[in-house]
Design a protein around this ligand. Structure first.
Ligand code: GRF
Length: 208
C-alpha cells in the first residue's frame, strides 16, 4: 500500500482528482494518509475533510521564523511516515533537509510543459499569462520529481494541451487542469504505487 501525504495551498482540484482516483480504483493500492496546507483558508482542506482524510494546516505565518516552520512542517510529515509526498498546488518552498531525505519520493504538478514557463515566479495564472504572451500553440502540464531546484527535478510525465486564439489565462488554466493535470497526476501516483517508475541517471523510466 502506497501511503501518501498531499500538500496543498488552494482550491484542491488536483487533490480532488487524487481522492476520486483512489475511490474509483484508477489509482491502485494507495492511501491518502494526510493533507497538509500552509493556508488555513484553503478549500483543499475542506475537500480532505469531506473525504474523511486528516487535514492539517501548518502556516509559516504562525511561526516566528522559517526555521521554526520548517521544523513543524517536517514533524507533520514524519509523524505520518509517507512513502510519497505529492505537491498539488503547494506554494511553499520545502525544507532542503526534507528534499534530501525524500529524494525521488516527492512529486509536483506544474501547469506547463517544463522547461517552458517554470521556475521562480511561475505559478498559478502567471504560468498561463506567460504562455499566452509568448504566443505558444501548445502548452500542457508536467509531473516531476522534486529536487532542490525550482521545477528542475526528473520529469515523470507530460501532457500537451492546445492553446486557442480566444483563450484568456483563466480559460487556458481550466483546460490545462481538465485535459492534463487532473489526468497525469493521478496516473503518475498509480504508476508509482505499482512500482513502475524508476530514475536512472536523472531520467525517469516507466514500465507500463
Ligand atoms: C494547479 O494549476 C497546479 O498545476 C499548480 O497550482 C494549481 C493548484 O490548483 N501547481 P488546485 O489547488 O489543485 O486546484
Amino acid at each position: 500500500m502506497l501511503k501518501i501525504v498531499v500538500c496543498v495551498s488552494g482550491g484542491g482540484t488536483n487533490l480532488q482528482a487524487i481522492i476520486d482516483g483512489v475511490a474509483q480504483g484508477s489509482i491502485v493500492d494507495t492511501k491518502i494518509a494526510k493533507v497538509i496546507s500552509n493556508n488555513r483558508g484553503a478549500y483543499a482542506l475542506e475537500r480532505a475533510g469531506a473525504a474523511g482524510i486528516e487535514a492539517v494546516c501548518v502556516s509559516p505565518k504562525e511561526y516566528e521564523d522559517r526555521e521554526a516552520f520548517n521544523r513543524a512542517f517536517m514533524q507533520e510529515i514524519e509523524k505520518t511516515e509517507p512513502d510519497l509526498i505529492v505537491l498539488a498546488g503547494f506554494l511553499v518552498t520545502l525544507p532542503a533537509e526534507l528534499i534530501r531525505k525524500y529524494a525521488n519520493r516527492i512529486i509536483n504538478i506544474h501547469p506547463s510543459l517544463i522547461p517552458s514557463f517554470c521556475g521562480t515566479g511561475y505559478y498559478g495564472l502567471k504560468v498561463h499569462e506567460a504562455a499566452l504572451a509568448r504566443g505558444v500553440k501548445i502548452t500542457g502540464a508536467t509531473v516531476h520529481f522534486v529536487d532542490e531546484g525550482m521545477d528542475t527535478g526528473p520529469i515523470i510525465m507530460q501532457k500537451a494541451v492546445a492553446v486557442r486564439e480566444d483563450d484568456t489565462p483563466q480559460i487556458l488554466q481550466k483546460r490545462v487542469m481538465e485535459e492534463a493535470e487532473w489526468l497525469i497526476l493521478p496516473w503518475c501516483i498509480n504508476l508509482i504505487a505499482g512500482g513502475k517508475v524508476r530514475v536512472e541517471n536523472g531520467r525517469v523510466l516507466l514500465s507500463e
